[in-house]
Ligand binder design. Sequence first.
Ligand SMILES: Cc1cc2nc3c(=O)[nH]c(=O)nc-3n(C[C@H](O)[C@H](O)[C@H](O)COP(=O)(O)O)c2cc1C
Length: 400
Amino acid sequence: VTTSRLRFLTAGESHGPMLCAVLEGMPAGMPLSPADIDPDLARRQGIGAVETPYRGASARMRLERDSAEIQAGVIAGETTGAPIAILVRNRDHERWKGKPIEPMTVPRPGHADLVGALKYGYNDLRPSLERASARETAARVAVGAVCRALLQQFDVRVESYVVEIGGVPAAVSELPLAERRARAALSPLCCPDPAASDLMAERLDELMKAGDTAGGVFEVAAFGLPPGLGSYVHWDRRLSARLAAAVLGIPGIVGFETGGGFSAAARPGTEVHGGLDLDDEARLARKNDGTGGMEGGVTNGEPLVLRVAMKPLSTTVRSRQSVDLTSGASSPTKYQRSDFCAVPRVAVVAEAMVCYVLADALLEKLGGDSLSEMKARFPALRRSRLEDLPMLGEPRVLWP
Ligand SMILES: Cc1cc2nc3c(=O)[nH]c(=O)nc-3n(C[C@H](O)[C@H](O)[C@H](O)COP(=O)(O)O)c2cc1C
């Protein structure tokens, strides 16, 4: 995106020695240590949930405990404004190093195995898997955690919770948005609706027994954002579009909605777009806010809510038909250790990408090279209050 103040790159393979990320554009003077990053890395692994790891997570999650090593950009516990380099070691690597690895010649439908070989001309499918694997998302989560630390300096909070697994929906509309995450923390599938959580677990157990997998839907919510992040003046400045690109860039994500999303398309306008009124503090308050926190691709000061769909995982214990590329013979897919459902873990990756986009937009809005400059400017941002919106209230010639 041309407007970015922040940028990052990751490198690393699933079974190579490590993953690394370089994040550039963070302001100086922000306290940062691995303790800001490791809890999110653990959450991506499903660790710390009611059932650890989450129901449906694979054994690899028990094997690896990720930890971040900050290699650059932080001196004496504070960011310097220089690029931040973070390393996350692959503990699994020791079992691969120096050993001959079986060739992989049967592409798994739904994975990048075949397209990788077609695109890059590999003579073995392993390199496709090694980079396309979601292991790389640990590096994105590390970057997102640094961005979250910046957002926290401005009391912005980003959370997620699961609203559907394997076709079993949760009923969350009556539950206040701000309470959903705390309720989700009590569920083995990170779902704020306890009855639905039980049904989801049952459905998942059925699918696991049948050697199958489940997808699902989760929501990411951000609280405390000032109005005015993003812009409607050009397509690539719209915050909605930037969030969509960041979230759809996560492996396995197949759908993204803002505001009422696809369901709004079927409802009348007066129902989807509630009214505006002044509250007791002369703040513009919304009735049944259906905006999802953005209008015109710009934050409006209401909580930001995104809905995200994850497909059922492509690796299944029950084999599917494929072709062995060495012989052209029909061959069943070979199972490799994998989750049965990764929705609660993927939600953590989506939180990270949302934190990245929001931190970028906040930096764009506030400018500044240091946290202290940003903090000095933050209180001056216009809020949704009558006093912040002086109107001329007279006719004038617009195009003489
Ligand atoms: C955190 C996370 C964990 C994932 N775990 C698995 C898994 O255990 N098994 C699997 O088949 N796919 C898993 N995926 C999805 C695959 O990485 C993805 O489907 C595959 O790379 C192909 O990309 P595509 O689905 O975007 O086309 C996971 C994705 C994420 C973000």
